[in-house]
Design a protein around this ligand. Structure first.
Ligand code: ITT
Length: 207
């Protein structure tokens, strides 16, 4: 089984490879496979955007002799902060501009939460994954990781909003977890393990 990961985000791709490591499949990124689709992510939910991304690359793969049998998996994810009415949400990558550094984005979110304390700072990372199979079927799965927005950046691991995502049970941010520990509890880990199960079942059904 061949799997193409439809993401241009290197940090996500690294986590996805690691999470799917024990799947009986070779995982290749869209760039490695020579696909460069950049569809407009104009869905109104994480799931809609994941499907848009997976379908765009699946269309390219279907026209390619080498990749026409591949399963294409896309991840749409982001940070949902309750006290900010769910911002940045599906706009997490675009928040304050796509090319703005996460130092600046994180500092801005902390500033906007001034005067908000403890549990009122509740937030979650959401990950929706969509898989397009060679026969056109679309499978989906979602995962969430609950936490709070910290008062300052902490930790060097992970990427994006990890340094401000505080996990009360572990008393650290997701940027202070090892990659293995993050994957074992993360939104992305949960969504992809659910997808792995669905794909296993689905492939069995097709035999
Ligand atoms: P692709 O669409 O090419 O996959 P992207 O970075 O634009 O790449 P998204 O539209 O799904 O991806 O945006 C997700 C953003 O949410 C990402 O850029 C991070 O800022 C944030 N995010 C998602 N998962 C995260 C995680 O595990 N840790 C930290 N930040 C995360």
């Amino acid at each position: 089984m061949k799997v193409i990961v439809a993401t241009g985000n290197k940090d996500k791709a690294k986590e996805i490879r690691e999470i799917l490591r024990d799947m009986d499949a070779g995982v290749t990124t869209m760039k490695e496979a020579g696909f460069f689709a950049q569809p407009e992510e104009n869905g109104s939910t994480f799931l809609e955007n994941a499907i848009i991304k997976a379908k765009a690359v699946a269309e390219e793969a279907a026209r390619d002799e080498i990749w026409k049998d591949a399963i294409v998996i896309a991840d749409d994810s982001g940070l949902v902060i309750d006290a900010l009415n769910g911002e940045p949400g599906i706009y997490s990558a675009r928040y304050l501009g796509h090319d703005t550094s996460y130092r600046v984005k994180n500092a801005d979110l902390i500033r906007r939460l001034e005067g908000v304390s403890g549990r009122e700072r509740s937030a979650r990372f959401i990950c929706a994954v969509a898989a397009v199979c060679p026969d056109g079927r679309v499978l989906t799965a979602e995962g969430a990781m609950e936490g709070q927005i910290g008062y300052e950046e902490q930790g060097e691991n992970g990427f994006g909003y990890d340094p401000i995502f505080y996990l009360p049970e572990f008393d650290c941010t997701s940027a202070q977890l090892s990659p293995e520990d993050k994957n074992s509890i993360s939104h992305r880990g949960k969504a992809l393990r659910a997808m792995r199960e669905k794909l296993g079942v689905s492939l069995e059904e097709n035999r």
